[in-house]
Design a protein around this ligand. Structure first.
Ligand code: NAD
Ligand code: UDX
Length: 439
């Protein structure tokens, strides 16, 4: 089977590469010549563990190629995955301009039957819009070729993207016709493990499933963050509470970690988009609106603790910040809590010296306008002469630092830990004033 993937970002590149790894021939298209040029030179434009080797291996085997040539990419695949961005519009709804541009490109160049797969996260009803866009461009050419539109939302997590794609919990396929259903079943057959992973359903249900899953996970996180804040006032330890809750199989241990709020390219925008979809359809998703509000507050939780310690005016203060990416094992800075935290500290007059093992370059690009923010080349250098250390991303390398060296580098032994990385009793024993989340 020959497959085209349109959009070579996080999802498109992982999808294309993993499909090639499975044996398919895959052509990846992007409109960004810079990305394609990096890929053609054997590099990858993002940080994702294991991906670079897999890309190289499949390019060398002749199964994976990259192009900016739309006509060539449309001609290539009988299946055309659309994996372009769907960023939030001004009102929070998903901006479909890139999805529909990709659809029109397919309509403009196709010469035979295509299965067009919406892999991007798109609101309910988008498959109909894609269908209409393709039909319209075909009509402009005076063609009446057959095609199907399928919804196949992606559930991978950045940092674990290859494993998530290669060993999916489930593959959701929304499809309205048997021809496309058979092709999609065949395409995903290599990803079945000990039991059926493919969930075939109608297109609208598949589209809604993606938002529902992300909204549920975001809700769990905001709920835990609020409980953590309450635990602090009550003298309880949220980490103990988390274990006590998670052991109930109806609750489970995953995604119960309190912290500095959820970020990334999905939860924030998908929560907003679902709230907006509901509004447009005469519903108010009260729980989800509150989830979003709680998350906005949580991003400032560490700053609140800093202010409680130092007062409202931070001029003359310097803070070290460990971690910039919205979570470990990625260089993605989209909606990262570090951006809000650094901006607020800076607004109050403080200097911030930040360190991240992989996201510094991207952070320099998106945080360049924050005055008083600079970047250190290693984690210990960031600490020098700082009034306190703030931990924002739980990179593994921060788990067991040389605490004596940390103490020596800081002006005073003071740590605000937004990711509950250390045992509070141990930190106190080591002479630190230690503030975590919910304990
Ligand atoms: P991204 O911004 O990393 O990549 C999108 C790519 O599409 C860019 O490289 C862009 O240049 C390209 N593009 C835009 N218009 C194009 C066109 N007409 N033709 C060809 N290429 C085009 O985005 P992403 O993070 O990969 O997300 C893509 C979609 O997948 C979004 O809808 C997102 O919500 C969803 N999603 C993302 C994740 C994730 O973890 N990043 C997980 C699941 C689902
Ligand atoms: C998410 C979904 O998990 C994935 O299924 C979907 O396809 C895309 O969106 P991703 O954004 O890559 O994936 O990261 P994820 O691991 O879900 O983390 C999202 C945010 O939630 C991060 O900022 C993370 O720090 C935060 N988080 C996660 C918590 O604060 N606590 C948790 O327990 C889990």
């Amino acid at each position: 089977m020959k497959i085209t993937v349109i959009g070579t970002g996080y999802v498109g590149l992982v999808t294309g590469t993993c499909l090639a790894e499975t044996g398919y021939h895959v052509c990846c298209l992007d409109v960004d010549p810079n990305k394609i040029s990096i890929l053609k030179q054997g590099g990858i434009p993002i940080f994702e563990p294991g991906l670079e080797d897999m890309v190289r291996r499949n390019v060398a085997a002749g199964r994976l190629s990259f192009t900016t040539d739309i006509a060539e990419s449309v001609a290539f695949g009988e299946v055309q995955f659309i994996a372009v961005g769907t960023p939030p519009d001004e009102d929070g709804s998903a901006d479909l301009q890139y999805v529909l541009a990709a659809a029109r490109n397919i309509g403009r160049h196709m010469t035979d039957y295509k299965v067009i797969v919406d892999k991007s996260t798109v609101p309910v009803g988008t498959a109909d819009l894609v269908k209409a866009a393709v039909a319209e461009t075909l009509a402009e050419r005076g063609e009446a070729l057959e095609f199907s539109v399928v919804s196949n939302p992606e559930f991978l997590k950045e940092g674990a993207a290859i494993d998530d794609f290669m060993r999916p919990d489930r593959v959701v396929i929304g499809v309205d016709d048997e021809r496309a259903a058979a092709m999609m079943r065949r395409l995903y057959a290599p990803f079945q493990r000990n039991h059926e992973r493919v969930l075939l359903m109608d297109v609208r249900s598949a589209e809604l499933t993606k938002y529902a899953a992300n909204a549920m996970l975001a809700t769990r996180i905001s709920f835990m963050n609020e409980l953590a804040n309450l635990a602090e006032s009550l003298g309880a330890d949220i980490e103990q509470v988390r274990l006590g809750m998670g052991s109930d199989p109806r609750i489970g241990y995953h995604f119960l970690y309190p912290g500095v709020g959820y970020g990334g390219s999905c939860f924030p925008k998908d929560v907003k988009a679902l709230v907006q979809t509901a509004k447009e359809n005469g519903h108010e998703l009260r729980v989800l609106t509150a989830v979003e509000e709680a998350n906005d507050c949580q991003k400032l939780r560490l700053v609140d603790k800093v202010l409680a310690r130092f007062g409202q005016d931070l001029s003359g203060r310097r803070f070290a910040m460990w971690g910039l990416a919205f979570k470990p094992n990625t260089d993605d800075m989209r909606e990262a809590p570090s951006r809000v935290i650094a901006a607020e500290l800076s607004r109050r007059g403080a200097e911030v010296v930040a360190f991240d093992p992989v996201a510094t370059h991207e952070a320099q690009r998106v945080m360049g306008d924050i005055s008083g923010l600079s970047f250190a080349g290693d984690m210990m250098a960031a600490l020098r002469q700082a009034d306190a250390l703030l931990i924002v991303t739980e990179w593994k390398m921060f788990r067991a630092p040389d605490l004596n060296a940390v103490k020596q580098a800081l002006k005073q032994p003071l740590v605000f830990d937004g990711r509950n990385m250390y045992d509070p009793a141990w930190m106190r024993e080591q002479g630190f004033d230690y503030f975590a989340i919910g304990r």
